[in-house]
Design a protein. Structure first.
Length: 601
C-alpha cells in the first residue's frame, strides 16, 4: 500500500531520533512511498510518524468561544457565529473532529503495524529502547485523537444508547469493510484508557538524560542497556514529545468528561475516579502547594517566553507546542486603532462572571461592585483577560476607547466587521509588545499550552466536590475548597477579607459547584473549553441560548461616563438535542451502519 504523507523536515536531522521540540513539526515536503520502506529506514519511519504530531487537535486561538455566552465575533461570515445562531447541522459542523482525527489514527495504526520491524539500531538493546519510545508515543497520540473524537461526537442515538465512534486499532486498506457501527461510549472510554496504559508502560514521566548506568530503569538493564543508549532513546532531546505526565493529565480529562452529567448514567465512571485521576497529576507537584503563583497569566510572562529554551516547559504547563515568532493572533484580535481586526469580542455575560476584589459575586449584597464604575474593585483577572473601555494596550501603550464617544474605529459598532460589537476586546493570549504598524511591524514569541495544571486543579475541584463535598479529601491531602481558595488567592481575590464569600459557602455542595464552574469559566476563558463544559454539565437549554450581552458607554454633558447594558447583541439558537454533536451527514449517507445521534439528520 502506498500512503501519501507529510514529512516534518526537522525530524530528518538524524536517522534515529527526534530533535528538540522547537518548530519540530512544521509541515514540509509532500511525497509518496511504499509504507513498508520504513522498516529499513528509521528516518522515513520518523517522518511518517510525524503526521501524528502535525495533526494534533490543539488550537492556540479562540474559536468555539464565540459560539458560547463568553464571546461573539465581528466577522459575520464566521462559521461558529453561524452555528450559534441557528445553522448548526450535521453537514455544517465547525466542531467536527471526525475526518482529521481518523486521518491521524490511520497514520498511527500504520506506524504501529511496522514499528516492531523498524531497524531503529543495529544494537539490540538500543533497538528495543527506540521501539518502546516510538510505540509509546503512538499509543499516547492515538489516545489524544480518540479523546477529541469522543468529546465532539459521543451522544445518544434514537434507541437510547450512549454511543461513541467506530474504534479503529488496525490500519484500513482497500479491502477493509468501512461500513462499521459506532462503539458504545464505554467501549471508547475503555479503549482510550487502554492506549494510555500501553503508553505509560513505555514512556517516562519526563524526558531527560540520566547520569549513570545505575539510573537505567530495571526493565532495560535486564537487556543490557547502558546510560548512553537510554539517553539516546529517552533523553532531553525528546522534550516536547508527549510524556507520562501528559498522559496522566489526559486520563484526568477523559475521566472528568465521562463522570459529567451528560454521560455518567451510562459511562460507569464515578466522580471519585475522576478526582483520583486528577490528583495523580497534582500530587506530582505537591498538590496545592505546587500551584504556579503566576499560572493565571502564563501567556503574559513575556521575558520568560522570549528566553525559554527549546525543550523548556513553564511551571504552569504540562505539555506545550513549539515556540515561534508570530503576530497572527494580535492581527486578528487587537483593536483596529492598533491595526487589528478586533475579531473576538468578550460579552457582558462573561464580564459579569468576574467577582469583586473581595470575592463576592457582583450580585451579592455584600459586594463592593458599583454599577456607575463597573470595572473598579474587580477581580484582577478581568483587567488581564478582557480589554475594556479606558485600558491601555499595545507597544505604544495606547488608550482604547470603546465608548460611543470614541473618535476612532475602536468605538462600539463604529464600523461593521472591525469594531467591537459588545464594548470589549480580547486581551488574554495576546502580547502587548507586538506592533502591527505597517511602518514598524514586530513579531513576538508565542506557544500553545496544550495542557495546563490550572485545568487539572479545576478538574479535581469539580470531581472532589461531587464525590466528597466541598471540604472532603478522599485519600488526598487537599479538598475542592482548598483548590478554589488557592486559585482565587493567587489572582488577588479576598486578600483583605480572607475571601469571606468562599468561607460562607464552604459547607454547601451546591453553591460550591456553582463557584467551581464560575472559576473554571474565568480561568479557562478563550481556551476553547466553555462550549464543551456547558454541554457536559447538561445546563438548562436557556443557558445555552442566553443572549450575548454588551455594554454601551457614553458621556453626559458633564463628561461623566454612562453605562447602558445591551441585552441582546446576538441571539443564540440551540435545540434540545445539541448537547451532543452530530456524526457527519456524508458519513451516515455512505455507511448504513453508522447511526446518527438523536435529533440530527
Amino acid at each position: 500500500m502506498k500512503t501519501k504523507y507529510i514529512l516534518a523536515s526537522a525530524l530528518l536531522l538524524s536517522a534515529t531520533l527526534f530533535s528538540s521540540c522547537e518548530d519540530m513539526f512544521s509541515p514540509a515536503i509532500e511525497n509518496q512511498r511504499d509504507e513498508g520502506a520504513m522498516e529499513a529506514e528509521p528516518s522515513y519511519a520518523e517522518g511518517f510518524f510525524a503526521n501524528a504530531y502535525v495533526l494534533l487537535p490543539y488550537q492556540s486561538a479562540p474559536t468555539s468561544d464565540v459560539a458560547t455566552d463568553d464571546a461573539v465575533t465581528n466577522d459575520q461570515s464566521n462559521s461558529y457565529l453561524k452555528m450559534a445562531t441557528g445553522s448548526w447541522a450535521s453537514d455544517n459542523d465547525p466542531m467536527s473532529q471526525w475526518q482529521t482525527r481518523f486521518n491521524a489514527i490511520q497514520y498511527i495504526n500504520i506506524f504501529l503495524q511496522h514499528c516492531d520491524k523498524v531497524k531503529w539500531a543495529n544494537d539490540e538493546p538500543l533497538r528495543t529502547l527506540f521501539d518502546d519510545q516510538f510505540k509509546g508515543q503512538a499509543y499516547a497520540l492515538r489516545a489524544v485523537q480518540q479523546y477529541f473524537l469522543l468529546r465532539a461526537h459521543a451522544g445518544y442515538t434514537a434507541d437510547g444508547k450512549l454511543m461513541g465512534y467506530p474504534i479503529h486499532t488496525q490500519p484500513e486498506t482497500s479491502s477493509t469493510d468501512f461500513n462499521q457501527s459506532r462503539n458504545t461510549f464505554k467501549e471508547c472510554y475503555d479503549q482510550i484508557m487502554a492506549d494510555i496504559d500501553s503508553a505509560l508502560e513505555r514512556l517516562p514521566l519526563e524526558y531527560g538524560d540520566i547520569a549513570s548506568d545505575a539510573a537505567v530503569p530495571a526493565k532495560y538493564t535486564k537487556i543490557g542497556a547502558t546510560m548512553a543508549e537510554y539517553n539516546r532513546a529517552f533523553g532531553s532531546h525528546f522534550s516536547g514529545m508527549m510524556n507520562g505526565k501528559a498522559l496522566e493529565a489526559l486520563r484526568a480529562q477523559l475521566s472528568l468528561l465521562a463522570a459529567s452529567p451528560a454521560y455518567n448514567s451510562d459511562s460507569n465512571v464515578s466522580w471519585e475516579t475522576a478526582a483520583n485521576n486528577a490528583a495523580t497529576v497534582l500530587d506530582r507537584i505537591g498538590g496545592v502547594s505546587g500551584m504556579d503563583p503566576t499560572g493565571w497569566k502564563w501567556f503574559d510572562n513575556t521575558t520568560y517566553i522570549d528566553n525559554m529554551g527549546s525543550s523548556e516547559v513553564p511551571a504552569e504547563v504540562i505539555w506545550r507546542g513549539s515556540r515561534g515568532e508570530s503576530s497572527d493572533m494580535e492581527s486578528n484580535d487587537f483593536p483596529p486603532s492598533l491595526y487589528g481586526k478586533g475579531r473576538i469580542n468578550p460579552t457582558q455575560n462573561l464580564v459579569d462572571a468576574f467577582p469583586d476584589v473581595d470575592g463576592y459575586p457582583i450580585t451579592d449584597a455584600n459586594s463592593v461592585y458599583d454599577k456607575t464604575d463597573p470595572y473598579a474593585n474587580r477581580d484582577p483577572r478581568l483587567a488581564e483577560y478582557i480589554l475594556y473601555n479606558g485600558q491601555k494596550m499595545g507597544s505604544t501603550n495606547k488608550e482604547i476607547i470603546t465608548g460611543t464617544y470614541g473618535t476612532n474605529r475602536d468605538a462600539i459598532n463604529r464600523e461593521n466587521g472591525v469594531s467591537t460589537r459588545t464594548g470589549y476586546y480580547l486581551r488574554k493570549l495576546l502580547r502587548s509588545d507586538v506592533n502591527l504598524d505597517p511602518n514598524s511591524t514586530t513579531k513576538r514569541y508565542h506557544y500553545t499550552a496544550y495542557m495546563r495544571y490550572t485545568e487539572i486543579f479545576l478538574d479535581y475541584a469539580e470531581a472532589a466536590n461531587e464525590a466528597w463535598g466541598p471540604q472532603g479529601k478522599g485519600s488526598h491531602s487537599y479538598s475542592a475548597y482548598d483548590v478554589i481558595k488557592a486559585l482565587r488567592h493567587r489572582a488577588g481575590i479576598g486578600l483583605d477579607n480572607g475571601d469571606a464569600y468562599l468561607e460562607s459557602i464552604k459547607g454547601d455542595k451546591d453553591k460550591m459547584r456553582e463557584l467551581i464552574r464560575n472559576e473554571r469559566r474565568i480561568e479557562l476563558c478563550f481556551e476553547n473549553q466553555r462550549f464543551y463544559d456547558l454541554r457536559r454539565w447538561k445546563v438548562d437549554l436557556s443557558v445555552l441560548n442566553a443572549p450575548a450581552k454588551g455594554m454601551e458607554i457614553g458621556q453626559d454633558d458633564s463628561g461623566s461616563l454612562t453605562y447602558k447594558e445591551l441585552p441582546s447583541v446576538e441571539v443564540r439558537d440551540y435545540k434540545d438535542y445539541m448537547y451532543y454533536g452530530p456524526i457527519p451527514y456524508t458519513e451516515c449517507l455512505k455507511f448504513s451502519n453508522l447511526q446518527q445521534n438523536k435529533g440530527w439528520k
